[in-house]
Ligand binder design. Structure first.
Ligand SMILES: Cc1ncc(COP(=O)(O)O)c(C=O)c1O
Length: 402
């Protein structure tokens, strides 16, 4: 070797001793993975976790995160995607073909609605919406073309908890129909999506797959974007993995590390968000400014009975609908602007409480918001601040603006 340092620094002989152990799993970064021989190159498998081939197909860090997420959600296999939305799109692209129809709940995450309505429409895939509280109406919508049924429990803005068991019982009568739950709100903690007590289908007593925006509770910091798709059926997993590979949906090791760091504290954080959100929901239910308080654990909130069938926990989201006869959009905006601790911003699941106003008009096709299509809904994502401080903030903003 020449005296120049460059080659020696790249091909350095030192190998750190093995056996290092620490609380945190290692952060392995790679595009290129090194093969020790051409024989290894030709025989190495990338479709499972038996070895490593290329950064996009997995590293020890991403495999570890996938396994922990599968455990969290009650599944067997997990794929990682660069955002929750890309995980939703992966499912749509991986499973739907021209001529298929997909059914979306009225409360579906709006960008999923856009993806299906715009991108999938270009490819000859049709969609219709259904009322998540009406399993009988769903039964009438399913045709031989219906391939995918999206579910969301609870809706992330309007917080109605669907008749998940009723909808799933209807779906189970159509073996070709794949059921996909956006499990971000429940996060694998509020209920077990793969074990809803239904008769076994393959390896699942519940849905066929879940999508999780890890951006929310698993990360817990408001600083990472990532998503996952979890299954219990090996064939379904492989089908999605092939699409995942063709799309090149890799995630960075540093982001995976942040989610791995968030997971151990997630059950405690979820419980804290839940307890605080329930107090906030209760507080709003005694306020005259609002005509509706939406929170699955609140009696009278849409789908409360369905929530009780499956869950004890409820996450950190609360929405209210301001009395449309007394408060116009400008006044509600003034209330939102007057808040000090609640910051205006999308997303949820982090330490800081967030607020977001939505015009009710055009928001829903079914249910009470379709029947009362006026006014402003405000969603609060309850963070980890002291609840008394949050209530004081809401109180002072109402006094200023309403
Ligand atoms: C219910 C739900 N699903 C999916 C997503 C998408 O997650 P991401 O922001 O990571 O794309 C969000 C984000 O707000 C969401 O609320």
């Amino acid at each position: 070797m020449s005296d120049d340092k460059a080659t020696g620094l790249i091909h350095h002989p030192y190998k750190a001793p093995g056996g290092f152990q620490a609380v945190a799993p290692g952060v392995h970064k790679a595009s290129t993975v090194i093969f020790e021989s051409t024989a290894a190159l030709k025989t190495r498998q990338w479709k499972d976790k038996s070895g490593y081939t290329y950064g996009l197909h997995g590293t020890p860090t991403t495999f570890t995160l996938e396994e922990r997420l599968a455990t969290l959600e009650g599944g067997l296999q997990t794929l990682l995607a660069p955002s929750g939305l890309s995980a939703l799109s992966l499912v749509n692209m991986g499973l739907l073909r021209a001529g298929d129809e997909v059914l979306l709940p009225d409360n579906v995450y709006a960008p999923n609605k856009d993806f299906v309505g715009v991108e999938l429409a270009h490819w000859g895939i049709t969609h219709r919406f259904y009322d998540p509280l009406d399993a009988v109406a769903l039964a009438a919508l399913i045709t031989p073309q219906t391939r995918l049924l999206w579910l969301e429990a609870a809706g992330s803005v309007t917080l109605e908890f669907p008749d998940l068991l009723g909808l799933m019982r209807v779906a189970r009568q159509h073996p070709r129909l794949i059921t996909a739950l956006d499990n971000t709100w429940g996060a694998g903690l509020a209920f077990n999506a793969f074990d809803l007590g239904l008769p076994l289908k393959g390896d699942s007593r519940g849905v066929d797959l879940t999508v999780h925006a890890l951006t929310k509770y698993p990360s817990g910091g408001g600083d990472v974007l990532m998503g996952s798709v979890t299954t219990r059926d090996e064939h379904l997993h492989l089908q999605l993995k092939l699409t995942h590979m063709r799309l090149g949906l890799g995630v960075g090791a540093n982001d995976a590390e942040l989610v791995l760091r968030g997971l151990p504290s997630m059950p405690l954080r979820y419980a804290a968000h839940d307890a605080s959100a329930r107090r906030v929901a209760q507080w709003w239910s005694n306020r005259a400014e609002v005509s509706r308080v939406l929170h699955p654990a609140l009696p009278g909130s849409p789908g409360h009975a369905h929530w009780r069938e499956l869950c004890q926990r409820a996450g950190g989201l609360v929405s209210v609908v301001f009395d449309a006869k007394r408060y116009g959009a400008e006044q509600v905006d003034a209330f939102v602007d007057a808040l000090q601790l609640f910051k205006i911003g999308y997303s949820w699941g982090g330490p800081m409480s967030l607020v977001m106003p939505y015009a009710v008009q055009g928001m829903r096709r079914f249910g009470f918001l379709a029947a009362e299509p006026e006014g402003t809904l405000v969603r609060f994502a309850i963070g980890l601040e002291d609840t008394d401080d949050l209530l004081a903030d809401l109180d002072q903003a109402l006094s200023q603006a309403c």
